[in-house]
Design a protein around this ligand. Structure first.
Ligand code: MSP
Length: 521
């Protein structure tokens, strides 16, 4: 891991209310940001709202309010979500903020000056809902219909400023070749390579048919295309073209470690964005990570079906199961890889019960109870010097670090869960409650309990980015040292609890009745 790292979510459209899609991307970034911070990395975690464009202009007009008012209202809603879910973003960028607007204009001036942006006439297949043009080949593949809304693509002609994307084809191909992890997962990388092989056409980057956007500098009537405006948020938030007091000192966070996005917006992030950065002579992000979609009970979530898991539904889940349980489900059962994941109440309940109640909750509770009963609540000494446990814990930590390095959050969670399951297995095999009946076994009993407690503590450290609420309690109950005081190397290591330390029994995750489990509307 590098000394500093930046992770970003897409910036969310303000013409939509927050739903599971937004909550998902932001939550998995939050897990990673917390993990990287725990490892001692200086993290910058960025999210925000995408506030310009014809869709926002239209929605505001329908409600009879100025677009800025619509943007203000919905940006506040997105911010409220961050606070409600205790997400640890370091900044929240809004594309209507002056700090963003002035830098976007500065970047565009640079692009015009270098010749990467020029004035020309364009004709193409336009997806009005997505505000996106498609090449002839791609439009044919799509049956001349929007892949998102299913509405027909329209043939459109415009005099516009263009970004010379075609000029970057070779450099992009070379970058993909020399950086196999630039786009992940691999299925998505292959998809991008396939589309790039169709050829890259220059992209119109201004519009003249609406006004709710950033004015193109020195070109009256032209407004910067919302996608170009939006992509630049990743560098305007760091003040790479000036910025203001809020962005000072942030240049060190570029290039981003991870841009985490949904698969539907990967082309912009994995092709247009790196080409723009090349044109601006800025380094490229280390990895663009595209997750898949949550679907609902086997069906695609869509506004027209009205089956989006929306904020009130999410809040019902967190009300019944707690915030940590929600994060756990998002991070371990979600569509992080190349396939979609089904969101359903039964599955949520099972994951909660199996992982959190029966394992993360039960194992420390058993260990704490036995130390209470047989050792008066004080950690007994271990005459066996840990046995296999120091190595097991080291392996778990190493696997966890590797998984975090590749954004494999379920894998990282598994390495901690495996450790707890091994503790459970040792208890079942060695039966401390039987050993306790004969004083001749005291040394062995003490060693086992010490080893269990030490391993539980390490597992707790590894689970903390996923379950920040309850793992704090776990750390406290197991005589833990908190992150603020202790460097990672000394925290994520076996044997950190001193003999005699008070170990408390604790109940982390209460059982929830299956009948209460489907928090429906
Ligand atoms: N404003 C653009 C992004 C610009 S970034 C420079 C945008 N915004 S959005 O509000 O539509 O948010 C899209 C993001 O929401 C996706 O990238 C994805 O992270 C998330 N999701 C939307 N629906 C989703 C699911 N059903 N499942 C999981 N995430 C999905 O696109």
């Amino acid at each position: 891991m590098t000394a500093s790292a930046c992770i970003t979510t897409p910036i969310y459209y303000v013409n939509d209310r927050p739903h599971i899609g937004h909550a998902y991307t932001t939550t998995i970034c939050d897990v990673w940001a917390r993990a990287a911070r725990a490892m001692g990395t200086d993290v910058f975690f960025l999210t925000g709202t995408d506030e310009h464009g014809v869709k926002v202009e239209k929605s505001a007009a329908q409600r009879g309010i100025p677009p800025q008012q619509l943007a203000d209202e919905n940006a506040a809603e997105f911010k409220r979500v961050l606070a409600t879910f205790a997400l640890t973003n370091d900044d929240f960028i809004r594309t209507t903020q002056p700090r963003h607007v002035t830098q976007v204009q500065e970047f565009l001036r640079r692009l015009v000056k270098s010749g990467a942006v020029y004035l020309g006439t364009f004709e193409g297949w336009y997806d009005e809902g997505q505000e996106e043009y498609h090449t002839e080949n791609r439009a044919r593949e799509l049956g001349y219909k929007s892949p998102i809304s299913g509405k027909p693509l329209v043939r459109a002609t415009e005099q516009n400023y263009y970004f010379r994307l075609s000029a970057f084809a070779d450099r992009l191909a070379a970058h993909y070749e020399s950086h196999p992890d630039f786009v992940r997962p691999t299925e998505r990388r292959n998809e991008m390579l396939g589309r790039m092989r169709d050829g890259l056409q220059d992209v119109p980057i201004t519009r003249t048919n609406f006004s709710w956007g950033i004015p193109m500098p020195d070109a009256p009537g032209h407004v910067v295309y919302v996608w170009i405006d939006a992509l630049l948020n990743y560098v305007t938030a760091l003040g790479l073209a000036g910025g203001d007091a809020s962005t000072e000192g942030r240049a060190r966070y570029w290039p981003a470690h991870f841009h985490v996005v949904g698969k539907e917006i990967l082309w912009f992030h994995a092709v247009i964005w790196p080409a723009l950065l090349m044109a601006l002579e800025l380094p490229l992000p280390r990895c663009v990570y595209a997750h898949s979609f949550w679907i609902a009970d086997g069906q695609k979530m869509s506004k027209s079906l009205g089956n989006f898991v929306d904020l009130p539904t999410i809040e019902r889940y967190t009300g019944v199961y707690g915030l940590d349980a929600w994060r756990w489900y998002m991070a371990t059962q979600g569509p992080i890889a190349a396939t979609d994941a089904d969101f359903n109440a039964r599955h949520f309940h099972e994951a909660y019960t199996n992982d959190l109640v029966n394992t993360v909750g039960n194992c420390p509770s058993r260990v704490g109870a036995m130390i209470g009963k047989y050792c008066g609540g004080a950690l007994p000494p271990d005459a066996e010097a840990g046995g296999h446990w120091p190595a097991r814990c080291a392996t778990a930590v190493e696997r966890w670090e590797q998984c975090m390095g590749t954004f494999d959050l379920p894998g990282a969670a598994r390495s901690a869960m495996d450790l707890l399951r091994q503790v459970d297995a040792m208890i079942n095999e060695t039966e401390p409650f039987k050993l306790a009946k004969d004083p001749a076994n005291t040394a062995r009993l003490h060693a086992i309990l010490n080893q269990c407690a030490q391993a539980v503590r390490v597992a707790g450290v590894l689970l903390e980015p996923f379950l920040p609420g309850r793992c704090g309690d776990l750390a406290d109950a197991f005589g833990g040292t908190r992150r603020e005081d202790t460097p990672w190397r000394d925290r994520a290591v076996y044997g950190a609890i001193a003999d005699g330390t008070t170990i408390r029994k604790l109940a982390l995750f209460p059982r929830v009745e299956a009948t209460a489990a489907a928090p429906k509307a």
